[in-house]
Design a protein around this ligand. Structure first.
Ligand code: ARG
Length: 564
């Protein structure tokens, strides 16, 4: 609103389009000097201005009308500096939050558009590792973000449940499988079996031949072979569902590599008819050397298919059977090459919707290990985090005694620690998993954000006044109140940026700013015991801040805590 007013007035003076000037209105760092500034030389981009920039600045300044919104204008060098009516600004922001509640900050830009987010996608019989964890939380974040902005979102888990390794697993299970262990923890047991048979296969290569033969039977639709495999798959999915629940994540669709088998024949025929398939010593390849992506193997000489063959068919099936305006694959950067190949093939097949497919990639997590050894299962990580968090909480026995459900709280704070550590930097950065740092409640951590939320909740509980949506906000005169309200007011723009870059770190960085502004306000602006009108105004400010933090935590996939 202030930026618009500044632009409108400058448009009248310079005859440049107000919408263009708007791009040049900057929010300043030092609010003592100005709230907004316009660097006059920047306006030259839109229209050649005659005169020296500093003189022009002075000339423009003299023509600006002060009013309800703009309180003061000054010049420093080539900059035009504006001070705005903070009272009006604070009131406008808070009124908007109070009115829109959990809808504050979002738009309906996704209305009528459908998005598929494919994420998590672990491999049955292999550990759910840090890479899958990253995919899970980034993908879930995208689902929440899109949903809140009006998109219809389909969340999809594309399981790695097909391929020669399932032949290997079946053979391993015949030798080493144990029914009871399978039922107790299918993911762990299948992994144990898988590791054992792999070791044995190193000494005895005929095992690999048997595995290939077994997988071929599966691809040929042999019922017995498929029955065994299906059981492994079903049991694993049940187990995964439990883990996802703990992560606060759910899927609309459990798909998987195994489910595209018929479609594969169709797509493969298309490729062949289009003349895109070449023979290479009995195996079939697609030549992408012009695109500098090499030759892609799509069918082995024994006729069995590959990961990429299944992805080609899966993409087509999703377009036809589900439909999408955009599809995102949330998969580690290690697979950049794979997705480049996939998209290049879709392009060669003249699928114009290839332009609507995006690989959302991310870097590695390093140094993630628990007491139990090097192979890390997600559950171990979560249990370890919870255990450590409980220990930290117990250090303050009085507070600990007040918490009704300490186990649950420790689990939620622990997950917040893991997630926020992950969301602290840009997706494509590798990072070190650091138990100690992520669990502290100071610094840029999950516990810090949860702590701020719990504190905001406690202000609400203990304020001694009722929340009044019509509170007299003109009583918020302190600079700390202003800073916090301004931080709250930035939320809609942060959501827009986040929608564009799909970087969770954009949102978390903002939340740390918001919470720091809250800390200063909290120290300065007591609610309890104040005169009623003042207490109500301050409570309204804190309620607005809590609203933004609350919605944000949910978008990040976390359960906001009322007490901790
Ligand atoms: N459409 C895809 N290829 N999605 C990614 C699947 C990830 C694969 N299951 C893995 O763990 O490496």
């Amino acid at each position: 609103m202030f930026q618009e007013e500044i632009s409108k007035q400058l448009a009248g003076i310079t005859e440049i389009d107000a919408s263009k000037i708007l791009e040049c209105v900057e929010s300043t760092k030092n609010k003592e000097i100005a709230d907004f500034a316009v660097p006059v030389p920047k306006l030259n981009k839109f229209k050649k201005l005659v005169g020296k920039p500093d003189e022009l600045a002075a000339q423009f300044a003299s023509k600006i009308q002060l009013n309800d919104l703009i309180k003061d204008v000054s010049v420093s060098g080539t900059y035009l500096n504006f001070k705005i009516n903070r009272m009006v600004q604070v009131q406008n922001i808070l009124k908007e939050v109070i009115e829109k509640k959990e809808k504050y900050g979002f738009t309906n830009q996704g209305q009528g558009k459908k998005i598929i987010v494919e994420f998590s996608s672990p491999n049955i019989a292999k550990p759910f590792h840090a890479g899958h964890l990253r995919s899970t939380i980034i993908g879930n974040f995208m689902v929440q973000l899109f949903t809140n902005n009006g998109y219809q979102v389909v969340s999809m888990n594309y399981l790695g449940d097909w391929g020669k390794q399932y032949g290997l697993l079946a053979i391993g299970f015949e030798k080493h499988g144990n029914e009871q262990s399978l039922l107790e923890d299918p993911i762990k047991h299948l992994f144990e079996v898988y590791v054992k048979i792999n070791e044995e296969a190193e000494a005895d290569p005929t095992i690999h031949d048997k595995a290939r033969a077994y997988f071929k039977k599966m691809e040929d639709g042999d019922e017995e072979a498929l029955g065994v495999w299906k059981r492994f798959r079903d049991l694993s999915i049940e187990k995964y569902k439990g883990i996802y629940k703990r992560l606060n994540v759910s899927f609309d669709i459990y798909s998987g590599e195994s489910l595209v088998s018929d479609g594969m024949i169709v797509e493969y025929d298309k490729l062949e008819k289009m003349g895109l398939i070449e023979d290479s010593e009995g195996a079939k390849v697609i030549d992408l050397s012009k695109q500098k992506l090499g030759k892609v193997l799509v069918k082995k000489s024994d006729g069995s298919t590959l990961y990429i063959t299944r992805d080609i068919a899966a993409a087509f099936e999703r377009k036809v059977n589900i439909g999408f305006d955009h599809m995102y694959y949330v998969v580690a950067s290690q697979q950049d090459h794979h997705f480049r190949q996939l998209f290049a093939i879709l392009e060669k097949m003249n699928y114009d919707w290839k332009k609507d497919c995006t690989h959302i990639n991310y870097g590695l997590v390093k140094g993630m290990s628990t007491r139990k050894g090097t192979v890390v299962f997600l559950e171990d990580i979560l249990n370890e985090t919870k255990r450590k968090m409980l220990k930290t909480m117990q250090k303050n026995p009085e507070k600990f005694a007040e918490i009704e459900n300490p186990e649950e709280v420790a689990d939620i704070v622990g997950l917040s620690a893991v997630v926020i550590q992950d969301f602290n930097a840009k997706r494509n950065k590798d990072y070190d998993f650091n138990w100690k740092r992520m669990l502290t409640s100071e610094g840029d951590t999950g516990p810090y954000l949860q702590y701020a939320h719990a504190r905001l909740s406690s202000i609400e509980r203990k304020s001694g006044v009722e929340f009044n949506p019509n509170a007299d906000l003109s009583l918020l005169v302190e600079p700390q109140a202003f800073d916090l309200a301004i931080a709250v007011g930035r939320f809609p723009e942060v959501i827009q940026t986040t929608l564009n870059n799909l970087e969770p770190s954009t949102l978390t960085t903002y939340l740390f700013e918001l919470c720091r502004a809250f800390s200063s306000a909290y120290a300065e602006l007591t609610v309890k015991g104040q005169e009623k009108n003042v207490a109500e105004a301050r409570l309204a400010l804190f309620v607005a801040a809590k609203q933004v933090l609350n919605t944000s935590l949910k978008i990040l996939g976390l359960v906001p805590l009322e007490r901790m």
